[in-house]
Write a protein that binds this ligand. Structure first.
Ligand code: URA
Length: 190
């Protein structure tokens, strides 16, 4: 991976206005963390905080992700984090499959081809549907390894935003599932 190529890609991304999502966002969000990391975490797309800072997963979901990573012995600066969608959809609505495909074909594919992580974690349904199949289901497919079109193994887990909506036993169960998924991903890196 050359930093120059990633830097060039980032500059091109920041100038992107290829679809309607750019009109309602402050700007595209790029990546965060360490490009040489063996572990890449792919989220859905920026929320309000990420749109403001231009960096993925730094808002409430990102903070919960930090805690989950700490529980498996990894800190955020040691992983590479990015998103399927680079511009925040208006009112934080979930991006459509078509929006995800349009954006990821333009940017994420190039990014991951440059970064070449050893393992990918798909965070939530939008990332799973792009990286595995539009018919994939997070409740059915999380925790199971699959091979992405980049030839890189991936595992999906629940998005932290989903956990933030749960309470009681459901929350405890989902937290354990995320723990086991992340642990499996970290172990596969070594
Ligand atoms: N949710 C995501 O999936 N990505 C972000 O960057 C923020 C929230």
């Amino acid at each position: 991976m050359t930093y120059a190529a990633l830097e060039q890609l980032e500059q091109a991304l920041l100038a992107c206005a290829a679809c309607h999502l750019r009109q309602d966002a402050i700007g595209p969000t790029s990546y965060n963390g360490t490009p040489q990391s063996p572990l890449a975490i792919v989220g859905e797309g920026p929320g309000g905080v990420e749109d403001e800072y231009g960096v993925p997963l730094v808002g409430p979901s990102g903070q919960l992700l930090d805690k989950a990573l700490t529980s498996v012995g990894v800190t955020r600066d040691l992983v590479y984090t990015t998103n399927i969608i680079k511009c925040r959809p208006k009112n934080n609505r979930t991006p459509t499959i078509e929006e995800g495909q349009f954006c990821a074909l333009a940017w994420l594919d190039q990014e991951l081809t440059l970064v070449q992580p050893k393992v990918i974690v798909a965070l939530g349904s939008v990332a799973l549907k792009y990286l595995l199949s539009p018919t994939a289901r997070i409740t059915k497919d999380r925790g199971q390894w699959f091979t992405t079109k980049y030839g890189i193994p991936a595992i999906a887990t629940y998005h932290p935003a989903y956990l933030l909506r749960l309470i009681g036993k459901d929350l405890v169960k989902a937290k354990w599932e995320v723990y086991y998924d992340l642990k499996a991903a970290v172990e596969k890196c070594s």
